[in-house]
Design a protein around this ligand. Structure first.
Ligand SMILES: [Mg+2]
Length: 228
């Protein structure tokens, strides 16, 4: 069975938009100056461990909470703020109807990522997921893709769809998958302005604005040997 592996943040869910929404709530909750928001959102969506970012938030605004407590509140709230489009959900149903196994592979904490997978209804539309905190390995390490294939009961043959050239495209390709670079979902990391991979970056098999668009093209070319 073919595998459709999908990234979560910036691919299936609008993580950056949710982070902006959380920021509005945060600024209001602590009665911070309006311009505080401009510095908060980039800290939330930067890659890597969030502990330091939340310690810095507490310190910067002299908040009467600890960094870990604020981070914990953020992780409880974020799953309620992210969304997955109906078009992308329909695309997952089309993949499933075509006999594919579908899995989410994401770097992050179990509490936060699993909360998002469940709150958006993605848990009903995919066959499994691998979250780096639990797996003990992160994208782009090919091992995490092997774990996903095993988790959903497929061979490591198919496609990886994601918004990160470094984690999703390079990682998926290293694991032997064809790759779709998803370019229109809001993302934290900067993308090349022209919408093309920077020189030296991994080249995706296809580039598509959304998961739904990528799936349409993948299903159309699934029978062609060069994409298998
Ligand atoms: Mg992503």
């Amino acid at each position: 069975m073919l595998l459709a592996a999908l990234d979560l943040d910036g691919t299936l869910v609008d993580q950056a938009a949710a982070a902006r929404e959380w920021t509005v709530e945060f600024v209001s909750r602590w009665d911070l100056p309006r311009d505080a928001a401009a510095g908060v959102a980039p800290m939330l969506t930067a890659r890597g461990p969030k502990d330091a970012a939340f310690d810095r938030l507490v310190e910067t605004w002299s908040l009467p909470v600890s960094g870990p407590d604020l981070l914990s509140a953020y992780r409880r709230r974020m799953p309620q703020l992210v969304h997955c489009t109906n078009a992308d959900k329909d695309a997952l149903r089309r993949l499933r109807a075509a006999g594919w196994r579908i899995g989410v592979v994401t770097n992050g904490s179990v509490e936060n990522q699993l909360g998002k997978i469940r709150a958006t209804g993605l848990s009903d539309l995919v066959d499994g997921w691998v979250i780096s905190e639990q797996a003990g390995v992160r994208k782009p390490d090919p091992v995490i893709f092997e774990m996903l294939a095993e988790c959903v009961g497929s061979s490591l043959e198919g496609w990886m769809l994601g918004d990160s050239l470094d984690h999703d495209v390079a990682g998926g390709a290293a694991a032997g998958l064809s790759t779709a670079w998803i370019t229109s979902a809001p993302v934290a990391d900067a993308r090349p302005a022209a919408g093309a991979p920077a020189p030296g970056a991994s080249a995706p098999t296809i580039t598509a604005p959304t998961v739904a668009d990528a799936v349409t093209r993948i299903l159309a070319c699934a029978g062609e040997p060069e994409y298998r």
